[in-house]
Design a protein around this ligand. Structure first.
Ligand SMILES: Cc1cc2nc3c(=O)[nH]c(=O)nc-3n(C[C@H](O)[C@H](O)[C@H](O)COP(=O)(O)OP(=O)(O)OC[C@H]3O[C@@H](n4cnc5c(N)ncnc54)[C@H](O)[C@@H]3O)c2cc1C
Length: 441
């Protein structure tokens, strides 16, 4: 693993070490340099509490058990661990906030506000002024050491090596893994799961089925609606998964030149979001079914950490582009795909002049491509929006947030479950604990 927290926007570098960030910010704004360590400490404190929340199974709000009470007490203790009353009040105040307000309270420079705020809106159909985006930033900081800057880690050999390592570990426990086997149906009899049917018709019997597929897909696409009943079908249909993320993968014949930052700074996430208004305007377009003219971009160059992921002497650059809505009001994605690729390159060119001429190959993945290639409903990378209405006891659905889906023996272990998406392993670890607990009864 290679870790970095270098991020850049209009030359505002952010490091996991707040003192280093502050000293570099001082050249642009003394007020921001003074404010950063305090802001960073606040983010770390609230995030450390959220790390406890992330590791907790949401309570059964309808009929809480004794175990729920114990978990509640543990959370209360972690919350009190935030410190004096001022700190706890502050945590309650900031969680539902718009991230634009959170950063606006702390900093005067718009570029710095934008660079931090993107963590509240990344992968979400929300702009920096949307309520709850501060919670996204704080949850993103839970369980890592990045603080307000965030943390970037690359797996040597590409992210596929993480999957391979997990698969190898599972096999040592006796797991058999079948790749390329598409589950078409979850079979149910007498209200209980009996197994799955995979493409081609083979039926695999199992008393427990654990789904890593997003909740909308499994509930609406794989389970007989009669087994769910009309209310649950309706509720599952209303799960919000508005994909707005596109990805542009570039192979370059040389390292792009961003005027200013040295190579160390290019090893983190390169954020191209000049300020809060630019982010909000980029989001606005998607509200009306349009692709942003000036999307917010976040790029990484994984070949700086591991040259083997690019051709000899070249580089690989992965660019996340928001906002590109799954449903276009006019036109279709087959016609828009290349236009989006051109738009992203044109914007990159503004930050890294000469980059376009270095492109050997480009691949544009739109939200429908993410749906088709990765099984992400509506192309939503997080298996459902991280909105305040779809977190914790509401993820994926109120009354079904404890990794058990509404059919006996059917569990959810992926990003659609609490605490949501990102490569954290948390929903899977929590789900495993609940399944083992259930089996022990
Ligand atoms: C472009 C992009 C960039 C991202 N960048 C980052 C990042 O930098 N950092 C980060 O933390 N997160 C990132 N994410 C999010 C991260 O990839 C997800 O949160 C994470 O992969 C979710 O893991 P998961 O196991 O819950 O689901 P997934 O990784 O979505 O796994 C679900 C699996 O189910 C399979 N599947 C679907 N339907 C079926 C079926 N019918 N039968 C059998 N299998 C099926 C899919 O093929 C897929 O392999 C990114 C996502 C995208 C799309």
């Amino acid at each position: 693993m290679w870790r970095s927290s270098a991020r850049r926007c209009a030359r505002s570098p952010l490091w996991a070490d707040p003192a280093r960030t502050a000293s570099e910010l001082a050249a642009r704004s003394k007020a921001d340099a003074d404010a950063f360590p305090k802001f960073d400490a606040k983010v770390r404190a609230v995030a450390s509490f959220l790390a406890h929340v992330a590791a907790t199974t949401p309570p059964d709000v309808g009929s809480p058990t004794f175990a729920d009470s114990i978990r509640g007490l543990r959370l209360a203790r972690a919350f009190r661990g935030l410190g004096d009353r001022g700190q706890t009040r502050e945590a309650i105040r900031i969680l539902p906030m718009a991230v634009a307000d959170l950063v606006g309270d702390a900093f005067e420079t718009d570029a710095l506000r934008g660079a931090i705020a993107v963590r509240g809106i990344r992968y979400a159909a929300m702009g920096p002024w949307s309520a709850g985006t501060a919670a996204n930033l704080l949850f993103d900081s839970a369980g890592n050491d990045g603080g307000a800057a965030g943390e970037t880690a690359f797996a040597r050999g590409g992210s596929v090596t993480v999957g391979r390592a997990l698969a190898d570990a599972a096999r040592t426990f006796g797991a058999e893994i079948r790749c390329g086997a598409t589950v078409e149906r979850v079979t149910v009899a007498g209200g209980r799961v009996t197994g799955v049917v995979i493409a081609g018709g083979e039926e695999l019997a199992a008393p427990i089925v654990v789904s890593g597929v997003d909740p909308k897909r499994v509930l609406l696409g794989m389970v007989d609606p009669v087994a769910l009943g009309p209310t649950l079908v309706w509720r599952a249909g209303n799960l919000r998964m508005p994909g707005v993320v596109a990805r542009v993968e570039l192979t370059l014949d040389a390292l792009p030149v961003f005027p200013g930052p040295d190579e160390e700074r290019l090893r983190g996430r390169i954020v191209m979001a000049p300020g809060i208004d630019d982010l909000e305007r980029a989001f606005d377009a998607s509200k009306y079914g349009r692709v942003s003219d000036e999307p917010f971009l976040e790029a990484t160059i994984p070949s700086l950490a591991d040259p083997k992921v690019a051709p000899e002497g070249g580089h690989r650059m992965l660019v996340l582009a928001q906002f590109a809505p799954y449903r276009l009001r006019e036109g279709d994605w087959d016609a828009e795909r290349d236009r989006l690729g051109d738009r992203v390159l044109a914007r990159l060119e503004r930050f890294a002049p000469g980059l376009t001429a270095r492109v050997i190959r480009r691949n544009v993945l739109t939200p429908p491509d993410l749906e088709r290639d990765y099984g992400l409903t509506e192309g939503h990378p997080m298996h459902g929006e991280h909105g305040l209405d779809q977190l914790f006891a509401w993820r994926p659905l109120f009354g079904h947030a404890r990794y058990r889906l509404p059919v006996e023996g059917l569990f959810l272990c992926g990003s659609g479950a609490h605490p949501g998406g990102g490569v954290t392993g948390r929903p899977g670890a929590n789900a495993a604990r609940e399944i083992l607990r259930r089996r022990a009864r």
